[in-house]
Design a protein around this ligand. Structure first.
Ligand SMILES: [Zn+2]
Length: 85
């Protein structure tokens, strides 16, 4: 994976949303393997950021929004029960 703008291989994956456990991500954050994109997500967020020129590109898939779509809260679906399995 190289930056399409400056061709650097020093590229970080953008983490969208609020990190539940920042400690477990700290090492990757320190290495700049991932960067925090912020808590507000949209349908068109970039997936990668170049650590050299800060160019952002790609199309991030927000997995949690996929999960939300597949759950029917009107039927009393319980997220905690799903994660316990
Ligand atoms: Zn770049």
């Amino acid at each position: 994976m190289n930056c399409p703008k400056c061709n650097s291989s020093d590229v970080a994956e953008i983490f969208w949303g609020y990190p539940g456990n920042l400690d477990s991500m700290k090492e990757k954050l320190d290495k700049k393997e991932i960067v925090l994109g912020g808590c507000l997500v949209s349908d068109h967020d970039p997936e990668f950021e170049c650590n050299k020129c800060h160019n952002r590109w790609g199309d991030a898939e927000h997995n949690f929004s996929d999960k939300t779509d597949s759950f029917d809260y009107d039927q009393g679906f319980n997220l905690d029960e799903v994660y316990d399995q």
